[in-house]
Design a protein around this ligand. Structure first.
Ligand SMILES: [Zn+2]
Ligand SMILES: [Zn+2]
Length: 362
């Protein structure tokens, strides 16, 4: 028996999402039906709608959310009806070889993310990352959800899977920032702010937040930045300014904008021997980056991240626990809340840079 529910459907590129009834099949083996309570809006959703990120439409987007388990299919062991859950981008069975080796993005269940439990006008609908958090209800594998305490507000929980996990995971899992480090962060959207706060939690002693929007200074400092730099205000080139004010190059740099020129700058700002530069932002697919051949001579690392390589069984509970004990800020990331039928206004807020995270509340 299918459930009829409402979803925001991305029908065509550069067109507003439409709210329509869709049919959702019952949960199968190891799947659960989740009633969504909140969904974050991410820049990747916007990039897909704008045609800047390759993903076929029509589809139900939305890849970070929180809700309540309403039904369980056969062989569900990790959750039960009534559990409050976060819906993660990455799936983790914990049993396959990549999972046992700690390679979270390689779980053999990854192909399950392409399951299409929704139908619209008789045709199956794609979903992003197997989540479809822009629908009132969704069906998802049990290995993709994390049970959370019922005291956590859904809006705050909803932003954990992408905006938070990408930034915090890049710091904790990929760069492995250690106490006393000097960290440089380009771009203070949701992901950049989470890089800042995760670096602060890791004990970085100097965290330089860089953004051309002067309005970002206050929030960057709230999240733990020790320095704020607006490159447009500088008399010197950025590298000279930072070298002078920090007394040397950075241990870590994170590019969170998705701009290839900034990425090249970020690579140049880390120590040529032991420095690590993380490409966190998603540049347009057709662009290339050129680096001097000398970039790697002395040992410098340049690497990427996929959603912070965040493990739903370990990293999601850690963030929730840090939030509960006051160490991790989630509420401050949610600057706007909207009902599903105003989802397009949420994208407008993102385009104009007014929101850190806009969240749909069901
Ligand atoms: Zn995202
Ligand atoms: Zn696995």
């Amino acid at each position: 028996m299918s459930l009829i529910t409402k979803a925001a459907i991305a029908r065509d590129h550069n067109a507003p999402l439409i709210i329509e009834d869709v049919a959702l099949r019952a949960p199968g083996r190891r799947e659960v039906l989740v009633e969504m309570k909140a969904s974050g809006l991410c820049h990747t959703d916007l990039s897909i709608v704008q045609g800047n990120f390759p993903f076929p439409l029509p589809a139900i987007l939305g890849h970070e959310g929180a809700g309540i388990v309403r039904a369980c299919g056969p062989d569900v062991t990790r959750v039960k009806e009534g559990d409050h859950v976060i819906l993660n981008n990455l799936i983790h069975c914990g049993e396959c070889e990549p999972c046992r080796k700690g390679k979270v993005t390689g779980c053999v269940l990854r192909s399950e993310l392409d399951a299409m439990p929704f139908h619209w006008n008789g045709e199956p609908l794609r979903t992003l990352s197997g989540i479809a958090s822009f629908a009132r209800h969704t069906v998802i594998r049990q290995e993709q959800v994390t049970v959370i305490p019922q005291s956590i507000p859904f809006a705050s929980a909803a932003v954990v899977p992408c905006g938070v996990m990408t930034g915090a995971g890049a710091v904790w899992n990929d760069a492995k920032v250690e106490p006393g480090s000097t960290v440089v962060v380009f771009g203070l959207g949701s992901i950049g702010l989470n890089v800042v706060q995760a670096a602060a939690i890791s004990g970085a002693s100097r965290i330089v937040a860089i953004d051309i929007n002067p309005g970002k200074e206050q929030v960057a400092r709230l999240f733990g930045a020790t320095h704020f730099v607006n490159p447009r205000d500088l008399a010197l080139p950025l590298k000279e300014h930072l070298t002078a004010s920090l007394g040397g190059l950075a241990d870590y740099a994170f590019e969170c904008v998705g701009n290839v020129d900034l990425l090249a700058q970020a690579v140049d700002l880390v120590d040529p021997f032991s420095g690590v530069c993380l490409a966190v932002g998603v540049p347009p697919q057709n662009q290339s980056i050129t680096l001097p051949a000398s970039t790697f001579y002395l040992g410098r690392t340049v690497r990427g991240t996929h959603i912070g390589d965040g493990n739903p069984l370990e990293d999601t509970p850690r963030i929730v626990s840090d939030y509960q004990n006051g160490a991790f800020k989630l509420n401050e990331l949610v600057t706007h809340t909207l009902p599903l039928d105003r989802i397009n206004e949420g994208f407008d807020l993102m385009k104009t840079g007014q929101s850190i995270r806009a969240v749909i509340l069901y």
